[in-house]
Structures are given as C-alpha cells and as structure tokens.
Design a protein around this ligand. Structure first.
Ligand code: MG
Length: 370
C-alpha cells in the first residue's frame, strides 16, 4: 500500500470508529421503555430519539442511515456526483395558520433537509392521505400553496400518490414529501463534523413557527402578530458555501425540538461540547412573552425557516455577512461556540451571568407542530 493510501485508509478507519462509538453512545443514551406510542414520540425530542434508536435504527442500520443527518448523501456510482435524498411527513394542525399552511410546510421542510446537506434541491414527490369529508376547496388551496412554494424553492413535484381513509381515521389531510438534490459541497459536511473552536451561527430569531401554531390552535387570550417563519433556505446555503467553503462544517435546521435539541444532536454526533450565549440568541419580544406566559423555552420551540451553521472560526465573520446579505438572514447572529469538553453536552450562558445545561426537548408541549 502507498503511504497516501495508508493515510487515507487510517482516516477512513478513524471515521468508521467514530461512527461506531457514537452509535453505541446513542443506544446507551436513548432507551425505549414505552409499550405503546404516545404523542411525545412525535415531538422530535428525547422520546422520538428513544423510538428511532429502539426500533428503526437497529432494524434498518447501514452506513448511510447511521449518520443520522437530515438527508442521506450518496453517489449513484463510484466517482459520480453526490446526491442527497430525504423524506418527511406533515400532520400539522390547524391546516392553515398565520404565515403558512400544511402545503407550504410540506415543500419547505423537505427542501430544507436537502439544503442542510449542502444540496441544491431538485425534485420532490408528494403523497396525500385524505380523510373522507375533506372540503375539495381546502385541498385545492393546499395544493396551490404547494405549487407556489415549489416554484419559489426552484423544485418540481414530479411524482405523487393519493389515498383516502374513512371519516375519523385521519385528520383532514396528511402529506408526505420526499426530495432529491445535488450536493454542492465538495467536502464532508454533517452533524459529525463540528470541531472545537468552531462558531455556531443562526440566520434569525427562534421560536416563531411553534408559537404561531400554538396561538392559532388554542383559544388563548394572547394578542399576537407572530407568523410561522416557514421558508426555503437553499439560497442562504448557497451563499454560505461560497463565503465559507470547506470551513462550513455542518448545517442543520432546528425544526421539532428547536435549537436545544438540534445542538444536542450535533454535540453528541461530533463528540464535542457546545456553549451558547443567551444574550446573542435572537428571539422576538412577542415570542419571548408568549413563552414566559406558557412556561416554554424558546430554545425548544420548532422553527421552519431557520438554520444553524457550524463554521470554523476564521470564516465565521464571512459566513455571518453572507447570511445577513439575504432577506432571510437579516437578523443572523453568532450565538455560541464548539468546545472539546465535556463531550455530548450543550451549555447556555444565561443573560444574568450563570451557566446551565441545555438538554434536548423532553415531553411534547406542542404535538402536531409540522
Ligand atoms: Mg432537519
């Protein structure tokens, strides 16, 4: 073996060892003790991870799945360009809410999971589960909204499916979309790639989507103009790829479970610690107010138009300016940094000067958020 191949071989061996270590760690940390499914298994937080590690991950285990990124990334044949492939199902209630609807969410959510792999989204599928009695006018409105969102995201919906179930066997409409995209980054990116010293960036205020849904659903006496932040994020990603290049180590959208859950996943998979600075995390005053009244933490609330970028320190400022140069990143901020230890933990330096552990979302304050 040539020395170069030797080096490449040991690097690959190291990477595989790390994947195996993280897999063992996940199996230990997430333990399915429940005997039946509860709503919290759909929260995106700890219970969802228990379910995934207890049922799906061991059954389907393979090197592409085991990375547990937002999209799977693979080459169709050796040496070919890398594709990203992802799927997501949408069960949000209500179907129409301030700032969006289930159709827009079903397009943006899936194109964003592709974008988080550094991939330009290309094609989507759309599968519909319709409940007997759904108004055709509502379906038309949802589908029109999907078509608009697809046009804005630059993707085509090229295949689909429709099923109908009896009244009461589903809630109006559920949508599944899958998507494929072409990876634009020529370097490894993903939640295993965060390194000590990296900066953590976000493109704007957190918690808008979850709070908009909550306020639309419950008859709460809270006056609000908060709308969902649902938006396609690939244009932002394209600017980050140019501005930071290989210094862009990881992208992840803090959807269900919010920023807290997403950063815990990154800290665990990269075997690092993440320290956040509460003062620097943008939160709209209205979202903060609603969270205080309802006893919720904006850092565990779902977002649908936000991304977290983990960037090497020398390119952090360039990445920040790239985000700010786009309308979806005007309020971007550097909110924390990656540290070596303690591994797999996230900390929050609070605005009164203390430090606390920031865990994943436990339980589910807001079922059927997306
Ligand atoms: Mg995601």
């Amino acid at each position: 073996m040539q020395p170069d191949q030797d080096k490449a071989g040991s690097k690959l061996g190291e990477a595989l060892d790390k994947i195996e270590r993280v897999r063992v760690h996940r199996r230990q940390k997430f333990n399915l003790r429940d005997t039946h499914i509860t709503l919290s298994h759909g929260s995106g937080g700890k219970a969802t991870h228990n379910l995934i590690e207890g049922i799906f991950a061991p059954a389907f285990s393979n090197p592409l799945l085991d990375r547990m990124d937002d999209s799977a990334v693979f080459a169709v044949e050796p040496g070919a360009s890398h594709m990203a492939f992802t799927t997501d199902t949408y069960v949000v209630s209500p179907l129409f809410f301030p700032g969006g609807d289930i159709g827009e969410l079903a397009v943006n959510g899936t194109v964003n999971d592709l974008a988080m792999a550094g991939a330009k989204p290309l094609y989507l599928s759309a599968g519909f589960i319709l409940e007997e009695g759904l108004a055709i006018e509502d379906l038309r409105r949802i589908v029109t909204s999907m078509a608009g969102a697809a046009a804005r995201a630059g993707v085509s919906i090229i295949t689909g499916d429709t099923k109908v179930v009896q009244r009461g066997k589903a809630d109006k409409v559920f949508i599944n979309t899958a998507g494929v995209g072409m990876v634009q980054a020529a370097w490894p990116m993903g939640q295993a790639q965060a390194r000590p010293g990296d900066k953590v960036l976000i493109n704007g205020p957190v918690g808008d989507h979850g709070i908009a849904i909550l306020l639309a659903r419950e008859a709460l006496e809270i006056e609000s103009t908060i709308g969902s932040d649902t938006a396609p994020l690939y244009e932002l990603v394209a600017r980050l790829l140019v501005a930071a290049g290989p210094a862009l180590h990881c992208l992840k959208d803090p959807t269900r479970g919010g920023v807290a859950t997403t950063l815990n996943e990154i800290a665990m998979t990269s075997e690092v610690s993440i320290a956040l600075d509460q003062n620097s995390i943008p939160v709209r005053p209205e979202v903060r107010g609603a969270c205080e009244i309802l006893g919720l933490d904006p850092l565990t609330i779902a977002n649908e138009g936000k991304l977290l970028a983990i960037v090497a320190p020398e390119k952090a400022e360039a990445a920040l300016q790239a985000l700010k140069s786009h309308p979806l990143g005007r309020e971007a901020a550097i909110i924390g940094e990656v540290r070596a230890e303690p591994v797999a933990m996230v900390f929050l330096r609070t605005d009164i000067g203390g430090t606390r552990v920031l865990d994943m979302l436990v339980g589910d304050p807001l079922p059927r958020i997306c």
